[in-house]
Design a protein around this ligand. Structure first.
Ligand SMILES: Nc1nc2c(c(=O)[nH]1)N[C@H]1C(S)=C(S)[C@@H](COP(=O)(O)OP(=O)(O)OC[C@H]3O[C@@H](n4cnc5c(=O)[nH]c(N)nc54)[C@H](O)[C@@H]3O)O[C@H]1N2
Ligand SMILES: Nc1nc2c(c(=O)[nH]1)N[C@H]1C(S)=C(S)[C@@H](COP(=O)(O)OP(=O)(O)OC[C@H]3O[C@@H](n4cnc5c(=O)[nH]c(N)nc54)[C@H](O)[C@@H]3O)O[C@H]1N2
Ligand SMILES: [Mo]
Length: 774
């Protein structure tokens, strides 16, 4: 691992293309497993292959031989490395010394290959036998005054089988404390869509996107985070559809794309546009922009009605399927153009242009991701997206619908399997009926509440099924202190990360198999299943031989935990994991839509779980789709910032670079933004740099504004002049997470407001990179 050269030079090329190919080859060779991994890459997303451990974008079942993208290839090579982190590694490194290393360095060290226990006396991880590890966890869990004193985190890579067993174990143990990555991600989509259309998932399938004549892409950077979506957008532009982007940054993947698997495009260095219109709103300004679109549509609808011309709204749909339009339209009338313009950061002319494209299209799909969901008013914004689509009947028709583009490759499936702190009544009923126990019915902790509970000493055991809780969550120093207060922290993981080093009084690391690896149980070779953003469920089976016989599959680890804690209650855990078909039979009994699960998996590409709203059936208390009459926020700045009485210098969004997967850092480069060899950077408009008296390349401190008396500061960030709207800043996650206050979360979603942090920019001060909270 060489020390990288730092540079910054705006990128001119298209997305993907030669740069992507070069990058794939680099990570492939660097895995130390090049020969095997070529075979591995070709099995990505194929029938009888494994599901890409990257994003949750779906597949056209009929597509050809190569079904991975640049970033999927990075994810595969990263997992399938030969490097290992074992007892010998920890003999060389104390935990305290490892804490000095970067997140990038930690994961680069390789795969976890044996179960490990933290030994406080030597400050090192030392080997522990699996049975002893399970027994230790069981002892701590049984010693708690209440099951609600334990937190069971899930990251979205866990398979359906692992997730189902996990929730079964945890509920049989007695709690609904299921903080999960979705709480920090698409929670607002789940809550908002649940209220509006009765299902917290997207309504479109892969093929709908090929039929739409307008695709709106809001608050999403698919060139990096869902690269296979770019081809869909390019094809849409090619066939004359509108692709309308709302993003404050000019993201390369939303501008031009060169297909790395098209020899002609590569050799002629040809590239194609991926949008037909690009709007750059204020951070958090999308709801105002969408309200503006609705206001134009309403104006045109009234004009059409007066003239007896073709109507803008779909009145048949509205009458048959919806409730609440009048209240909503009253709210639209009551929203002033002045507020819309000020809050959206767009001119009325731009909003009118977007509204025209919307109104002209017969079939509209709206896609969105973290630019929408990580705000205080994200539930209301998601509902505003649904309002628009309801007005014009763009739900439950081919080529039209709602498309929250999910993050982790099985985050949607984990929720389907019951990883949900708000255990729905149907699930508790189904579990009670199928098994001999009464599941808890109270609401458990989400991620923000879990941190608060650990901070207050109300939660004492933390178990993480994957992920990197210490780094992915907000208010980093505070969250670390909360984790350190625990009696026991346990991480089921593939690779070493900082969460493993932020130990409770006792700590364990349990090494698990990844997607790429063969999983052999008593009943033979096993496959797991996942669900993508389009509700397609399919099987995934790894092909690589695991680095060590000491690694266990996630279902086997969960079963081991459960058996040690509960004995053979409510199921015979050992018997279950001999053959995952048995787990799937249980899923079929409990989870709607999974009847004949094992048989249906045989179909190439898997099966469609179905989506009621996609069939115009509304699983809401009213039995109809609901318009939501939310007022715009009067002011996007939270009260806790305004009360402090200091005007923010900038509003910061925290986002992903091209070479990272959440807290996994593949390299310190961000190709499309022209950044090399560095991550402690802040992108700022030149006019703002001038106003703040900061020179390009100067080191600064970023300080968050919040009125609770705690200091939130990151030090020594390099200011980079960037094409970003005035008043905004952008930095990388997780480096900027110390700036996000734990109490700054979405109304109704509890999602940390990672895309809206009010900051001051100060001259760089001396001290640790992250200032510790007072
Ligand atoms: N390679 C790779 N793939 C990934 C991931 C990864 O880290 N790496 N992560 C996975 C996960 S878990 C997720 S959730 C997804 C995340 O996928 P994205 O949501 O695309 O991820 P972010 O980098 O957070 O990007 C947010 C985008 O929203 C824009 N944005 C920020 N604030 C606003 C706003 O207020 N309004 C608008 N209109 N735009 C805004 C930003 O400029 C940026 O382009 O990707 C998944 N796929
Ligand atoms: N400031 C800010 N914070 C954010 C975000 C943001 O945009 N800005 N985004 C949020 C979002 S959208 C999300 S989804 C969360 C992500 O939060 P998490 O899901 O908790 O984090 P990841 O970085 O995806 O987790 C990476 C770790 O997972 C483990 N891992 C990888 N593969 C496997 C596997 O197959 N099995 C198991 N058991 N472990 C595995 C590895 O040890 C790796 O180190 O972060 C959130 N935090
Ligand atoms: Mo996510």
């Amino acid at each position: 691992m060489n020390k990288p050269q730092q540079s910054f030079k705006p990128y001119q090329g298209p997305a993907a293309g030669w740069g992507a190919l070069k990058s794939v080859v680099h990570f492939w060779l660097d895995s130390g497993n090049a020969f095997k991994n070529l075979r591995t890459l070709l099995k990505t997303n194929q029938d009888h292959g494994f599901d890409c451990p990257g994003c949750a974008w779906g597949e056209a079942p009929e597509n050809g031989l190569v079904k991975f993208c640049e970033n999927g290839a990075k994810a595969v090579n990263w997992e399938a490395t030969k490097r290992r982190v074992d007892a010998a590694f920890f003999a060389r490194h104390s935990v305290t010394s490892l804490l000095e290393q970067s997140d990038y360095w930690l994961e680069y060290q390789g795969r976890l290959t044996e179960p490990l226990r933290y030994d406080a006396a030597t400050d090192r991880y030392v080997p522990i036998a699996w049975d002893a590890a399970f027994a230790l966890i069981a002892k701590e869990l049984k010693a708690l005054a209440s099951p609600d004193e334990a937190e069971f985190y899930t990251s979205g890579r866990a398979s359906n089988e692992a997730a189902f067993l996990y929730q079964l174990f945890v509920r049989a143990y007695g709690t609904n404390n299921f903080p999960d990555c979705s709480n920090m991600c698409h929670e607002a989509s789940g809550v908002g869509l649940g209220r509006s259309i009765g299902v917290g998932k997207g309504t479109v399938t892969y093929h709908d996107l090929d039929e739409a004549d307008a695709i709106f892409v809001i608050g999403q950077n698919p060139g990096t985070n869902h690269p296979r979506m770019i081809e869909t957008l390019r094809n849409a532009v090619k066939r004359g559809a509108q692709v309308v982007c709302f993003n404050p940054l000019k993201e390369r993947g939303l501008e031009r794309f060169q297909h790395p698997q098209s020899p002609l495009e590569m050799l002629t260095n040809d590239s194609r546009p991926t949008n037909t219109a690009y709007f750059r709103p204020a951070l958090g300004g999308d709801m105002a922009a969408l309200r503006g679109i609705a206001k134009y549509l309403l104006q045109w609808e009234r004009e059409a009605a007066a003239k007896g011309a073709k109507r803008v709204f779909d009145h048949d749909f509205i009458a048959a399927h919806t409730l609440g339009m009048d209240d909503y339209l009253a709210q639209v009338d009551a929203t002033s153009w002045e507020l819309i313009e000020r809050q959206s950061g767009l001119s009325l002319h731009e909003i009118e242009q977007a509204a025209r494209m919307y109104a002209r299209a017969e079939k509209v799909i709206i896609c969105w991701a973290m630019g929408i969901t990580q705000h205080r008013h994200s539930v209301a914004t998601v509902q505003e997206i649904a309002n628009l689509q309801l007005l014009c009947g763009h739900i439950g028709r081919p080529g039209a619908g709602l498309c929250p583009v999910r993050g982790h490759s099985n985050v949607q499936g984990d929720r389907t399997m019951g990883i949900d702190e708000k255990a729905p009544a149907w699930l508790s009923d189904a579990l009670a009926k199928r098994f001999a126990f009464e599941p808890p019915r109270n609401r458990g902790h989400n991620t923000v509440e879990a941190i608060a509970a650990m901070e207050q000493g109300k939660a004492k055991v933390f178990i993480g099924l994957g992920g990197n809780f210490a780094q992915a969550t907000p208010d980093t120093p505070r969250t670390h202190r909360a984790l350190r207060k625990c009696d026991l922290t346990v991480h089921i993981a593939t690779k070493l990360n900082r969460s493993h080093l932020v130990t409770g009084r006792q700590a364990l690391i349990l090494p698990c198999l990844g997607r790429t690896e063969m999983d052999v149980q008593r009943g033979g070779k096993q496959a797991i299943t996942v669900e993508d953003s389009f509700s397609m469920v399919h099987a995934s089976a790894g092909i690589l031989r695991p680095l060590s016989t000491q690694m266990k599959s996630e279902p086997a680890i969960v079963a081991g935990l459960a058996k040690a804690t509960l004995g053979n209650h409510p199921v015979d855990w050992d018997w279950l994991i001999e053959d995952y078909d048995r787990i799937r039979d249980l899923i079929a009994d409990v989870i709607p839509g999974f009847q004949d699960f094992n048989a249906r998996l045989a179909a190439p590409g898997g099966f469609y779980l179905g989506n009621k709203a996609g069939r115009r059936e509304w699983n809401t208390p009213t039995g109809k789709a609901n318009f939501a009459a939310n007022a715009l926020l009067h002011d996007l700045l939270p009260d806790a910032v305004r009360r402090q009485g200091i005007k923010p210098d900038l509003i910061l969004q925290t986002m992903r670079s091209h070479d990272q997967y959440n807290t996994t850092i593949y390299s310190l480069d961000d190709r499309y933004r022209g950044v090399k060899g560095q991550r402690d950077v802040v992108f700022v408009n030149q006019a703002d740099l001038d106003r703040l008296g900061v020179a390009a390349g100067e080191k600064v401190d970023l300080v968050a504004l919040w009125d609770d008396g705690l200091e939130r500061r990151v030090r020594g960030f390099t200011a980079l002049p960037f094409d970003i709207p005035v008043g905004q800043a952008a930095g990388y996650y997780p480096e900027t997470n110390p700036l996000v206050p734990l109490e700054s979360y979405g109304e109704g979603s509890f999602t940390p407001t990672s895309k809206f942090v009010a900051i001051k920019v100060e001259k760089a001060s001396a001290g640790n990179r992250i200032a510790s909270v007072a």
